[in-house]
Ligand binder design. Structure first.
Ligand SMILES: Nc1ncnc2c1ncn2[C@@H]1O[C@H](COP(=O)(O)OP(=O)(O)OP(=O)(O)O)[C@@H](O)[C@H]1O
Ligand SMILES: [Mg+2]
Length: 265
C-alpha cells in the first residue's frame, strides 16, 4: 500500500454556536481511513456522527484539529481549493438524497463533472455509465419526483461516484428506504468497495447495515469510544498519545518505498 491515507484526522473538534450557547458536537476525534476500507459509524442520536461526516467530507471545517484528505492538510486550502479537492476525492450520499428536483437523473449525475472542465458530451457519457452501474440505465431522463426512493438514492450514489472518488461517505443512506431498497443500495456499496477499491464510510442506526462494514467506529458524546477494524493495524493506535509507534509502524514504507516517500502532494 503506497501513498497517503484517504483521510487522516487528528483531534478534530467542532463547536456550534446557537443563540450564544456553544454546543460541543465533536470533542477530539482522531481516525484514519485507509484505501479500500469499509467502515460503519454508529452511535446514539446527537452523538456527533453527521458532524463528523461533514468534516471528513469537507462540507464543513473543524473548529480545531488537523484533517488531511489524500495527504493534503485542508487548513491550508482556500474554500475554492477545498471544493476542488472534495470534488476530486470524495463522494457524499445523504439520507434524503439531495437531488435537484427539476433536473433529470442524467443531469443530476453529470453536474459534479462541470467543475472538472469536461465537455458536455463527455459529462453525459460518464453520467450515463454511472447510472447504468447502479442499474438505472432505463431512468436517465426521469426527474426525482418521477422515481421511487430507492431509485433516487441510486441516482445520488451515481452522482457521488461519477467523479471516481477515493472515498464514498454516506450518512444513513438507507434511512429513508424500505428493507428491499435498502438491501439493494447496500449491495451497490459492497460492489463499489470490492471491485473499485473505493473506501466507504457510512453512518447507520441499523445493525444489519453496519454488518456490511469490516470496521465499526462507535461515537458517543462527540468522541470515539471504540474503534475496531483494519486501520488499527497500520498505525491507528499511535494517535492516542503522540505516537511512538509511528516510527516502527511502517517499516515497509520507510525503507522500501522510494516512490512513496516524500511524494505526497
Ligand atoms: N448547526 C448546528 N447548530 C447547533 N448545534 C448543532 C448543529 N448541528 C448539530 N448540532 C448539535 O450537535 C450535536 C451532534 O449533532 P449530529 O447531527 O452530528 O448528531 P448525529 O449523531 O448525526 O445524530 P442523529 O443520529 O440524530 O443524526 C447534537 O447535539 C446537535 O444538536
Ligand atoms: Mg445524523
Amino acid at each position: 500500500m503506497t501513498g497517503p491515507a484517504a483521510i487522516e484526522a487528528v483531534e478534530l473538534t467542532r463547536r456550534y454556536q446557537l443563540d450564544g450557547v456553544a454546543v460541543e458536537a465533536l470533542r477530539g476525534v482522531s481516525l484514519r481511513i485507509g484505501r479500500g476500507e469499509f467502515a460503519a459509524v454508529v452511535g446514539p442520536s446527537g452523538s456527533g456522527k453527521s458532524t463528523l461526516m461533514h468534516l471528513l467530507g469537507c462540507l464543513d471545517r473543524p473548529s480545531s484539529g488537523v484533517l488531511k484528505v489524500n495527504g493534503v492538510d485542508i487548513s491550508r486550502l482556500s474554500d475554492g481549493e477545498l471544493a476542488e479537492l472534495r470534488n476530486r476525492t470524495i463522494g457524499f450520499v445523504f439520507q434524503s438524497f439531495h437531488l435537484l428536483a427539476r433536473t433529470t437523473a442524467l443531469d443530476n449525475v453529470a453536474l459534479p463533472l462541470v467543475y472538472r472542465g469536461l465537455g458536455r458530451a463527455e459529462r453525459r457519457a460518464r453520467a450515463r455509465a454511472a447510472l447504468e452501474s447502479v442499474g438505472l440505465g432505463h431512468r436517465l431522463h426521469h426527474r426525482p419526483s418521477q422515481m421511487s426512493g430507492g431509485e433516487q438514492q441510486r441516482v445520488a450514489i451515481a452522482r457521488a461516484l461519477v467523479g471516481e472518488p477515493k472515498v464514498l461517505l454516506a450518512d444513513e443512506p438507507t434511512g429513508n428506504l424500505d428493507t428491499s431498497n435498502g438491501a439493494e443500495v447496500m449491495a451497490i456499496l459492497d460492489r463499489l468497495n470490492e471491485a473499485g477499491g473505493m473506501a466507504v464510510v457510512l453512518v447507520t442506526h441499523e445493525a444489519e447495515v453496519a454488518a456490511h462494514a469490516r470496521r465499526q467506529i462507535h461515537v458517543r458524546d462527540g468522541v470515539i469510544e471504540r474503534d475496531d477494524g483494519p486501520s488499527q493495524r497500520d498505525g491507528g493506535p499511535s494517535e492516542q498519545d503522540g505516537g511512538p509507534s509511528e516510527r516502527d509502524g511502517g517499516p515497509s514504507e520507510r525503507d522500501g518505498g522510494p516512490s512513496g516517500q516524500g511524494g505526497g502532494s
